[in-house]
Design a protein around this ligand. Structure first.
Ligand code: NDP
Ligand code: 2IT
Length: 448
């Protein structure tokens, strides 16, 4: 059996009931086959792949907090410190009722390669909790965040592990966590990113994932003889990534016609009104029904079981920006049938493996999340730099660095795909380019 297959079987056997983690590992290992086979003896002897798929450290902890009725609630807390070969662990904290260890491991594993692709010195990690911030009062969210950090603060720090936002964790949650970390440690340091601008946050971090997604998409289209201007774009999600992806797409001259949340989706043929969307989602924390109520041109569709939502709408470019496995084979077929020619992932692993293969086979340009959404973590690393030198850069400075990083990422993965005889396969290109830097650093640092 080949080394890659052996390691994949081991991952399934040793990590039962973690399908998302298996899926993420499978996709990466499949792409690496050609690289591994060229140097199999050495990698096998060093157990390089076994070490790569095994987190350096996994923290599981209890998070007790008191709700507004005086009732004690208990959630599960997670932090997976996956790989520190090229820098301190770096990655977000997801707060969503679906969170479990397998989901955090898939996200942490992806983060290793994503962070490598940014070209910046950051290792891979991820964390979170099955706490649901939806419908909670600010005081309840604060109580949860303080309890979460009271345990996690022992294991993080500006030079060891630097968490940030993800689904359910935005500026409010990062603020409460930062305050508690500072209170417990007495340190005013860059231990979290995505901070508010008055206490060490970076300009353009809020916009970075969505903007970066569009900078990369623009470059991918340009290198394939196409232009984003004048195109119709379908976006899923209506959170941090989706909102700023829509904003930048419109600035670049495209028309965004859809957004969604977990209960429904909007079709707005006149183009999404981003200012209204921000008011509904960022200020009121309300459902998309409020967007539809305030805008004549918008159709609201309730999400029903088995219904395929935003991907049934005719578009040129699709940007999934909500969650994992939200774009399946049927969606991919609908996109291709409607003439969609490019898909770039704003979310982490939103496209199933079958859907990815179908899109690639049908000539759709496909950029995986670990490259396409790397602008968020890249700008987090720029926030770390600013915190270390105790300076703040202008919006234009950060935004122009972000754009350069995204353009470079695209060319790195495009070059890697060509070098290994898989021109145009950006999934393989991203996995190979991300892997090679981490593998070299792990090898140089010996058996640790
Ligand atoms: P937010 O919490 O701001 O928004 C998430 C959006 O996705 C919401 O519209 C939410 O709807 C929807 N959503 C979440 N879970 C589900 C679900 N199970 N089914 C259907 N819809 C769902 O998160 P972000 O925008 O920050 O994150 C979106 C994606 O981007 C995630 O995959 C995240 O890992 C990834 N990402 C985020 C980065 C960042 O910097 N924030 C960086 C790189 C990647 P509802 O409100 O109804 O739950
Ligand atoms: O998935 C991701 O890259 C993020 N949620 C952002 C991580 C970060 O450290 O900014």
């Amino acid at each position: 059996m080949s080394y890659v297959d052996e390691v994949f079987d081991m991952v399934v056997a040793k990590n039962p009931a973690q399908p998302e983690f298996h899926q993420a590992v499978k996709e990466v290992l499949e792409s690496l086959r050609v690289v591994i086979e060229a140097n199999e003896e050495q990698y096998r002897k060093d157990a390089l792949l076994e070490r790569l798929v095994t987190p350096e450290r996994q923290l599981l902890f209890r998070v007790p907090w008191v709700d507004d009725k005086g009732q004690v609630q208990v959630n599960n807390g997670f932090r997976v410190q996956f790989n520190s070969a090229i820098g301190p662990y770096k990655g977000g904290l997801r707060l969503h009722p679906s969170v479990n260890l397998g989901i955090i491991k898939f996200l942490g594993f992806e983060q290793i390669f994503k962070n490598s692709l940014t070209g910046l010195p950051i290792g891979g990690g991820k964390g979170g909790s099955d706490f649901d911030p939806k419908g909670k009062s600010d005081r309840e969210v604060m109580a949860f965040c303080q309890s979460f950090i009271t345990e996690l603060h022992k294991y993080i720090g500006a030079d060891t592990d630097v968490p940030a936002g993800d689904i359910g964790t935005g500026g409010r949650e990062i603020g409460f966590m930062y305050g508690q970390y500072k209170r417990l440690t007495g340190l005013y340091e860059g231990v979290l990113t995505g901070k508010g601008l008055t206490y060490g946050g970076s300009l353009a971090r809020t916009e970075a994932t969505g903007y970066g997604l569009l900078y990369l998409t623009e470059e991918m289209l340009k290198c394939n003889g196409k232009d984003i201007a004048g195109k119709t774009v379908a976006i899923s999600g209506s959170g941090n990534v989706a909102i700023y992806a829509a904003q930048k797409a419109q600035q670049l001259g495209a028309k965004v016609v859809t957004v969604s949340d977990s209960t429904g989706w909007i079709y707005d043929p006149e183009g999404i009104d981003v200012a209204l969307l921000k008011e509904v989602k960022e200020v009121k924390r309300a459902r998309l029904t409020e967007y539809a109520a305030a805008r004549k041109s918008a159709e609201y569709h309730e999400k029903k079981n088995g219904e395929h939502g935003v991907w049934t709408v005719k578009c040129d470019v699709a940007l999934p920006c909500a969650t994992q496995n939200e774009l399946d084979l049927e969606d991919a077929k609908a996109l291709v049938a409607n003439g969609c020619f490019a898909v770039a992932e704003g979310a982490n692993m939103p496209t199933t493996m079958e859907a990815t293969e179908y899109l690639q086979k049908n000539g759709v340009l496909f950029c995986p999340g670990k490259a396409a959404n790397a602008g968020g973590v890249a700008t987090s690393a720029l926030e770390m730099s600013q915190n270390s030198e105790r300076l703040s850069w202008t919006f234009e400075e950060v935004d122009s660095k972000l754009k350069t990083i995204m353009v470079n990422i695209f060319h790195n993965l495009d070059d890697a795909a060509k070098k290994y005889g898989m021109a145009g396969n950006y999934v393989a290109g991203a996995n190979i380019a991300g892997f090679l830097k981490v593998a070299e650093a792990m090898t140089a640092q010996g058996i640790v």
